[in-house]
Unconditional design. Structure first.
Length: 537
């Protein structure tokens, strides 16, 4: 027992941060003040400042440490006493244990800021040292150790029972929410109940995990305080938890004014955006006109203004956010800024191209366009891509950068009523009168149901090729007509009309020069269904 006691007594003098409230030791000691402070089981007792002859305060602390190492268990059973003495012409108080001198406290050791007399300071030191001596004497009793071990086992059983109860309660909560979902006995809609029930179950599980960790922390702190080898750890855990809770509470209280300012900024920003939304809705409805803003660009303008206003609000609220000036917050801001810079080059290209499309009004939602190999109805113009519904009823997503870099053919831009101009081509040999071809194409257009006859069909001769003539028929479709179905119907009628008048659509390619000239005689210029022009008298 004496050997164990001597080993533990070597731990009396430590160098930990001062946490107890005392008169003489410093609250936040420097390295020099640590060296002059007497610690017993890592608890500060007193800071020595007097110098006796050539003996410095640091040397006095080392001598006290050596004295403590030679005390026995019998010495610990006797209470400490204060004896008035005079040393080196200085009045002092000598603290003795079982008649053996332990520490000399002189008038020069006192700090004027403590405002204590020598007897008061000695009494405080005696109380601290007596508490450590009594605790050490009681805890090294065999019965005390056995009782502490029994308490530890009982506490462990209680901790395990608490963990088991937390697990069982979580399973019960999960079964309860599942039963409510199946039976649909909740005021929350069933489609939301499945999602909210899962969230509530996980929140309860998270709460149980936190309580289990807290129970483990309390159990460890309590068990460590039962044994002398680990008692300092238990006190450190308790002091750490109190310090953390105090710092959290102070941080929350100190952050409230800044959070209030942030809330005011958010409310003002939301009010401004609501006001802008009302104004822009009037512009979109055509009841208000603003320079540079058109009804088809209101959606993009609203988004741009919202982004600018929120960025301005964020820059104004940033200094008032909790931890905004901390290095961690600044590091995260730099990290996200770097990620945004490196990863947004292509995204910004598409976004700027989308703005070009919107503000140039090259196309709108509902227009029929032709972009590269894609032709169809514009269903959406986003910030990054444009979606087109093709004749196959496919949805083709074209990046805005691709749309802007190529040629855009808008088939419905000139027809505000929704009609679409449709053109089809056909090549016919030179032996067929062009007037007859014009008349047959116009007849085919008149037979088609989806063609708007208020606009007469237009036939053009696009080119005199080597073996045939290239014709183009342009018609205007009725509003709401499908471009693919109208083209299919028009092609069908063209074939029927040409078959009716025995004109082949297959364009000839000559292998050798024909014996006769491939031409149309004048009497055949107005072959049916063509008719000669009316002669005016």
């Amino acid at each position: 027992m004496n050997k164990i006691l001597l080993i533990l007594l070597t731990c009396f003098i430590g160098a930990l941060t001062f946490t107890a409230v005392a008169a003489e030791p410093r609250q936040q000691p420097s390295e020099q003040e640590r060296a002059r402070t007497v610690y017993i089981f890592h608890q500060p007792i007193v800071m020595l400042q007097a110098k006796f002859g050539l003996t410095t305060p640091e040397e006095r602390v080392l001598r006290i440490r050596n004295t403590l190492r030679h005390f026995t268990e019998a010495d610990l059973r006797e209470p400490l006493k204060i004896v008035p003495v005079t040393r080196y012409n200085q009045h002092g108080r000598l603290i003795v244990m079982n008649g053996k001198p332990l520490m000399l406290l002189a008038q020069a050791d006192l700090d004027e800021g403590d405002d204590l007399t020598l007897d008061q300071a000695a009494q405080r030191v005696l109380i601290r040292m007596e508490a450590q001596r009594t605790a050490l004497r009681d805890q090294y009793d065999t019965g005390w150790l056995a009782l502490s071990a029994l308490k530890t086992a009982a506490g462990l059983v209680g901790l395990l029972l608490f963990w088991y109860g937390a697990y069982r309660s979580w399973r019960g909560v999960r079964r309860y929410y599942r039963r409510r979902i199946i039976e649909n006995r909740s005021w929350v809609p069933h489609r939301w109940r499945r999602f909210i029930g899962a969230v509530e179950t996980r929140l309860y599980a998270f709460l149980m995990i936190l309580l289990s960790i807290l129970a483990l922390y309390v159990w460890l702190s309590w068990v460590f305080s039962l044994f002398p080898w680990t008692r300092v750890w238990g006190e450190s855990l308790g002091d750490w938890s109190v310090r953390v809770l105090r710092e959290i509470a102070l941080s929350v209280v100190s952050a409230l004014p800044g959070l209030l300012i942030v809330m005011v900024i958010v409310l003002i920003t939301a009010f401004i955006l609501k006001l802008l939304k009302v104004v822009l809705n009037q512009v979109e409805a055509g009841r208000l006109q603003l320079p540079g803003i058109h009804p088809e660009t209101v959606g993009a303008t609203r988004k741009l203004i919202s982004v600018v206003v929120w960025l301005f609000a964020l820059s104004a609220a940033y200094p008032f956010l909790p931890g905004a000036n901390s290095l961690a917050f600044k590091g995260i801001s730099v990290f996200f800024g770097l990620m945004l810079t490196l990863g947004s080059a292509g995204v910004m290209n598409h976004a700027m191209s989308g703005l070009v499309l919107i503000y140039s009004r090259a196309l709108r939602k509902g227009d029929v366009i032709r972009v590269a190999d894609n032709e169809g109805l514009v269903s959406e113009i986003g910030m990054l891509a444009t979606k087109i519904i093709t004749r196959e009823n496919y949805v083709v997503t074209v990046p805005n950068a691709v749309v802007v870099s190529g040629k855009i053919t808008n088939l419905s831009a000139q027809n505000p009523d929704g009609g679409i101009n449709l053109t089809v081509g056909v090549t016919i040999g030179y032996d067929t009168p062009w007037r007859q071809v014009h008349a047959m194409l116009e007849l085919a257009a008149k037979r088609a149901k989806g063609v708007d006859l208020s606009q007469p069909p237009l036939v053009r001769q696009l080119g005199l090729m080597d073996w045939y003539i290239s014709y183009e028929l342009q018609v205007r479709l009725l509003p709401g007509q499908s471009l693919a179905m109208a083209r299919n119907e028009l092609h069908s009628h063209i074939q029927d009309v040409f078959n009716e008048f025995n004109v082949q659509i297959m364009s000839p390619n000559f292998v050798m020069q024909p014996k006769g000239s491939v031409m149309v005689a004048k009497e055949n210029w107005y072959t049916a269904p063509a008719s000669p022009p009316v002669q005016r008298e």
